[in-house]
Each structure stands twice: as C-alpha cells, then as structure tokens.
Design a binder for this molecule. Sequence first.
Ligand SMILES: [Zn+2]
Length: 558
Amino acid sequence: MNAPECDAAAYERFSHPWLPVCRERGDHFCVPRAARVCGFFDSVLVHTKGKFARKPFVLADWQRNEIVGPMMGHVVWSPEQGRFVRQYRMGWLELGRKNGKSELLAGLALYLLAFDGEEGAQVYGAARDRDQARLIWDVASRMVQLSPKLNQREGLRIRSHERRIVDGRTGSIYTILARDALGNLGLDPSAMLFDEVIAQPDGRLWEAMRTAMGSRVEPIMVAATTAGNDPSSFAAAEHAQCVKVADEPEREPHRFVYIRNMPIDADPFDEANWPFPNPALGDFLNVQALRDEATEARNDPAKENSFRQFRGNQWVSQATRWLNMNLYRECTGDLWLTGEWSKLLNGRDVWCGLDLSAKMDLTSFCVFAPPQGTDPGHCAWWHWLPEEVLPALDTVTSHRASQWVRQGFLRLMPGGVIDYAELCKQIAEVVAPYKVREICYDKWSGEYVRQELEKLLGRRVPLVPNEPTYVGMTVPMRELMALTVEHAWNHHGNPVAMFCFDSVEVKRAVDNPDLLKPVKPERSPNATRIDAVVTAALAVGAWRIRGQVQKSKRAYGF
Ligand SMILES: [Zn+2]
C-alpha cells in the first residue's frame, strides 16, 4: 500500500517556522506535532501560583516525554478525514496528588481551545461538580491573564461571569460543565478534560461526552486523577481497563495511559518508593510534605490508608479502622462500674451527644465533661435497645449484651422499637445533675425528639442538629481523635462504648482525604455497633466548636 506522507504544511497556519518538517509515512510519532504542543507550554504558557508565577511553564522532562509529547504527537492516517489525526482520543493520567495535574489540564485546555487547528472548538472541563471543575478553569484563565502572548492574542477573551474563555479567531470556547448538562443535545465537544474522575458517581457523564464527540476530526478526552477507594465505582472499572491497555496497548490503540501506582506490596513509608507515583518529587513537589504525612500515618490506620491512596496512588479499600485500641485503653482512667461516679460530675458543665437508633442499632446518649486544668475530660454513656433485639446482640457479643443490661450499662425498652417519649424522659433524668451546655443530635433522627426534649428541658438547653455526613462528622471525629492522642479524656471502661470503639471504621471522601465519617465495617454490618463513637464525637465536637468560641468571647468581656 502506498501510504500518504505526513504533511506538516497542513498545519502551516498554526505552526512555527522553526518546527522541523515531517515527511513520515504511515502511523508514526510526529515530531513537529509533539514539538508544537510542548513548545506551546514552554513559550506561551506561564505558571500562575507561588514563586513560579508569571514564569514560563517549561514542562518537566517526565511531563514532556512521557505525557504531553506522546499523547498529543502520535498520529494515524484517517481515510475518512483524508489526513493524519491524533492516535489518542482518550488520555488517562493517574498519579499522586500535587503532581501538577491541574496546571497540566489547564494548559491542555488552552491549547485545545485555540491552537489545535480545530475551528469552532468546544472544550469542556468537568469534575465532581461545577465548583471543582472551576479549579482548572480558574488556572487557565489566570494563565491567559499572566501570559504576555495569550494576553495580546487578538480575539482571546475571558468571560468570567459565564466561566468561558472564547477565541474569536477560531470561533472556539472553553467552559465548564455540570452533571446536569447530561442530555444537553446542543453540545458538540471537541475536547473534554476530566479532573479527579474518581469523584464521578457513575459513568454517565463520561459516556455522554465520549459519544457526543463523534463528529470531530480529532477529538480528545483527558482524565487526570488520583487512585480511588471504591472498587465498585465507575473510575475503578476505567482504571482496571487502563491497566490492561498499559500492558497491551493494542487492546485499545486510541487510549493513552499514564499510570503511576505504587505496587500494593511496597512499603509506603520507604522513600525509595515515593518517586514512582510522584514524578514531580524533587522538581516542584516537596519531599518534606510527604515526610510529614508519613510520620502521622505510621501510627494511624486511617491516615495510612489515605497516604497510600493520595500519595502512593494506590487503590485502597474505602473504610479503615479508625482507632488503635491500645491508644483507647490508655484513655481508660478509673473504672466506673457503679452509679456512684456520677457525683464526680455533678454540677459540671457538660456537652452531650445523642444518636437515635434504627430498629437494630443502639440508641446512644453521651455526656462529656471537658478537661479542667490537669483533670482530663470524662465521657459517660447511656444506651438503649429494644428488648426484642437483645438476643441478636447477645449472639454477636457472646452474651456480653445481657451482662451489660444486668450491670446497668444498657437499658432495654419493651417491644421491638424504641419508645421516643420514654427515651426523652430518661434522658431528662440523666442530665438533671449537670449543667447542660448543649445536646448535639443526629439531624436525621427527627423533629419529634427535639420537640420532646425541649419540652422537658426547657429552651435554656440548646439542641443543635448535626448532619451525619462527611462535612458534619469530620470535625467531631477529628476533635475526638485529637483528645484521644493527647490522653485528654477518660472513658472509664464503659463496656458498650468499648465494643463500639473497637468496631468503628472511617470512610474518607472519595476525592478529599481531609473529609471523613464513621461507618460500620461492611463485612459485618449487623454484628457491630458504632453509636457510642458517634455520640462521643458529637459531644466533644460541640464543645470544641461552640464551647471554645464562647469561652474566648467571655475572656474578652463580651
Ligand atoms: Zn508527522
């Protein structure tokens, strides 16, 4: 077959005179094309942040030779188009956090907007939601503002209020996309940039965009992400496919894959294993940041998990054990086995947490007296269970549950469900000896209990709802952990609480290691309870969030 020659002249309008001429035949790595894209970064784009701001965006070797060059430079002959087109219509870039993914995507967006030879280009950025998609768009628009060459390019305009960058010369736009754009038939994308694709709840947006790109000459979709933690997610399936393609590119010749996962059996704390998932290490990624995180993660299973995921770029399981039980035991203090102890706390300011049960769970009420001087904080719990559920709990606790009932740590309610009116009455009795500063309760527990407690306790006791979500639970869990690490509270050996703390796991938000919430272990959802942890966290969190503020106000005489 007499294959046509690669004709760099087709790009003359967009090319620079210094680019070499390519006369290759057949599928090949087109040097002028690759040089053109890389040259765009080096000589047109600038950095936007920190000490490199306004300096040329010179690609690091690994960015140039392993990502941008090959992804954008490989071409194949297209008989339909009668010209060479990019081989890769999809790029999957998977590497650790803070390795410059955002700036790379922003740069690609601008190239694909106005310099790719596509008339009427439509470039879209997508992420979990519009706000997250804006992060890349903001970097790109800042690049346009700071780059002298882009700034002076006639026809290139930023329309901030519409989140659009428009190129008048080619009639092109770059804007961001929300998931509700699904089914928007007007879209005719030429390029799609997915940030943190692990945050996509499903593959619908991905598929919709992929199929919508059919009409373009050389469309491309680029996803940049860190490893995820949900093996059943859309991103995990895509990742698995990409791993196969990396091993055997002929499976999907149009898919470009750059995956840098630390091997799952590698020691995540061995610094020799860090550069592979973090190619920017020693370049623009500072090793000290990783060392600090590694130090914290060594003794904390949940943090180790997120270190593996976000820094090691390893696919991990979603939930991990939250607390090292040795640490918990060190917070025991004296054992409170009879009711006498409660006198110790009489008259003290206390903060309370309440978590109402579904039918099978424990209903938990925690009273927390904050630390005073050298005296650590104290937690005391009351737990309730519908009588009919006791045998099930006995089964999974080797009959310790019945023992807890006899010891007074667990109260039974007649029948199969909790009687909320009776519960509220008992809570009012429990808190009578204390100065209750607040009762923080699970928002989804319902309005009835709030009203009932307000009736019994009066309006002087604030009842504050808390959402059992990542956003609602992160601070309370973090504060309880901080107190535990500092040995600044005692649980006095409450056996029901011990059972809960021993089982609790945490899940981290899929795209943000800083957000977490307590969960039951998935392997045995019915065998374990975590309610005492939730109420302790609510009580401690309430004190730390709202108690400390009031205290400092008082100190200033407000
Ligand atoms: Zn060529």
